[in-house]
Design a protein around this ligand. Structure first.
Ligand SMILES: [Zn+2]
Length: 495
């Protein structure tokens, strides 16, 4: 195969290949996975899974599988999750139309003689990105030294939660590979909190990507049990003494995974089953997504994002460029995601009626008004989140829900004295990072924020227009529009 039928191979091809005919061929091959008839067609299995899930829900006393799955979530009802998705859908589609117009203008200027089709989206979006937001990774990387950023994360954990990290001498605790380093974590009073394992380098046999592991959860039923967590990544190990330079995305991921680790380390609960990250699915990414924001703060950049040769901090203009570039293509990103999230929810709201997945997908997208230039991120026949297990079934909306929370929570700091506002940080600790699953997430969030979550912050973050209420600077939170939970401590690593 010249182009392997996987996302990591197909996306770059669709972005960079100038051969439109081949882009179309590759695109068709990719979106038809599991939907080509024959032995590897998933449609019959999906129809069967849906039927069995609906029957099980009935036996358990719920109207549908979605109602059962969401009972123990922050959203609580499918209607609430759908309400959030609908609130974001229209502005996202409006943005897609703008993105398509920008791309069409480029195609017309180049006299390509085409109408933008799904296999053109990434290709022309890349041209728009270059023209409007160009940001050279190589301008940023020299400032992003892995070990400096690790120190930056420690510093943030100290500022927000009073935690201190000290390296443990080799051999003092067991490790599973010589690359792994262990840090002892203590609280502001000097009390032992737990151990943080850092396993940053790629090696043969190691799973790809970055993640957090909870080897031992905190609890204190009859005595205090300290936490053991790890952060794992796949950076290429440098030569001894040479700094490892990473991308901005990787730096963000580092902070994200550290957010999960802090959720484990700050836990202060009685029962292990309710500890740390054992929170609902639509809530578990909220602390980690939120922690990413501190990477963008000036104190972290000034002290830790230092050029590996000159020691100068990364310039503000560069960071502003990064922030602008992150709002790029949000129409496409949001719509391809939301289309999958809505279809997932509707499939699991349909109850016991027999379902033809192809037909159902077509009808649902038509009803939604799916832009013709975009296809679902995961078409039904290849939707592993929904059908490879129960974990994310009727739960793909969770990413949007927790993103809504993290955007809104960040603004709590901005409305206060800034990212290091001690009072807001204390509320964040008391009601979110230390609470585990002992409090209903909706109640915990309200205690932290002083109100229910509002979607305005998410819209601002994605660069979508925020609808304003009459005479109000912010639309009042409505129960049916409330953004953003299940016991899945290990969300899929990719969306
Ligand atoms: Zn995460």
């Amino acid at each position: 195969w010249a182009v392997v039928n996987t996302r990591s191979s197909v996306d770059p091809f669709l972005t960079l290949s100038t051969r439109r005919d081949l882009r179309e061929k590759v695109w068709r091959m990719f979106i038809m996975r599991g939907d080509n008839g024959g032995a590897r067609d998933n449609n019959a299995a999906i129809a069967e899974i849906l039927k069995l899930r609906a029957q099980r829900a009935k036996l358990l006393g719920y109207p549908t599988h979605a109602h059962w799955r969401l009972e123990d979530s922050m959203a609580k009802t499918p209607e609430r999750a759908v309400g959030l998705m609908e609130a974001v859908w229209k502005p996202a589609v409006a943005r897609v139309h703008e993105e398509v117009a920008d791309m069409q203008a480029i195609a017309d200027r180049e006299r390509a003689g085409i109408r933008i089709s799904p296999w053109d989206y990434r290709f022309y979006a890349e041209k728009v990105r270059k023209a409007k937001y160009d940001l050279d990774e190589n301008d940023v990387k020299p400032y992003l030294q892995l070990e400096k950023l690790r120190e930056g994360m420690f510093w943030v954990a100290g500022e927000l939660f009073g935690l201190r990290f000290a390296p443990l001498a080799d051999g003092s605790v067991p490790i599973y590979h010589p690359d792994v380093r262990v840090f002892r974590v203590t609280d502001a009073a000097g009390k032992h909190v737990g151990l943080w394992y850092f396993d940053p380098y790629a090696r043969p046999g190691k799973r790809s990507g970055a993640w957090m592991n909870e080897y031992r959860r905190q609890w204190h039923l009859d005595h205090d049990v300290p936490v053991i967590v790890s952060n794992n990544a796949n950076f290429v190990k440098g030569k001894p003494g040479e700094p490892i330079l990473i991308s901005w995305d990787d730096a963000r991921t580092l902070f994200h995974e550290f957010g999960h680790a802090l959720h484990g380390l700050n836990s202060n609960v009685t029962y292990p089953a309710l500890s740390g990250t054992s929170v609902p699915r639509d809530y578990v990414e909220f602390p980690s997504q939120l922690l990413e924001r501190w990477l963008y703060t000036r104190p972290v950049l000034d002290r830790f994002a230092l050029h590996f040769r000159t020691g100068a901090p990364v310039p503000t203009e560069t960071v502003q460029k990064i922030e602008r570039a992150q709002r790029f293509n949000q129409g496409f990103i949001t719509v391809e995601y939301l289309a999958s999230a809505v279809v997932d929810m509707k499939l699991h709201l349909a109850g016991e009626v027999p379902i033809d997945p192809r037909q159902f997908e077509r009808d649902t997208l038509a009803q939604l008004g799916m832009p013709s230039e975009i296809v679902m991120r995961h078409r039904t026949a290849q939707f592993g989140h929904a059908f490879a297990g129960d974990g994310y079934s009727a739960g793909y909306y969770s990413y949007l829900w927790s993103d809504t929370l993290s955007a809104d929570a960040w603004e709590a700091f901005l409305e206060g004295a800034g990212p290091y506002d001690k009072a807001v940080a204390k509320r964040l600790h008391d009601h979110v990072f230390s609470a585990g699953n002992t409090v209903d997430p909706a109640v915990a969030y309200r205690a932290f924020r002083g109100r229910d979550p509002d979607i305005g912050a998410l819209m601002r973050k994605r660069g979508f227009p925020v609808r304003r209420g009459r005479g109000q600077s912010r639309a009042p939170p409505r129960a049916d529009r409330r953004p953003c939970a299940t016991l899945a401590t290990r969300p899929p690593t990719s969306r």
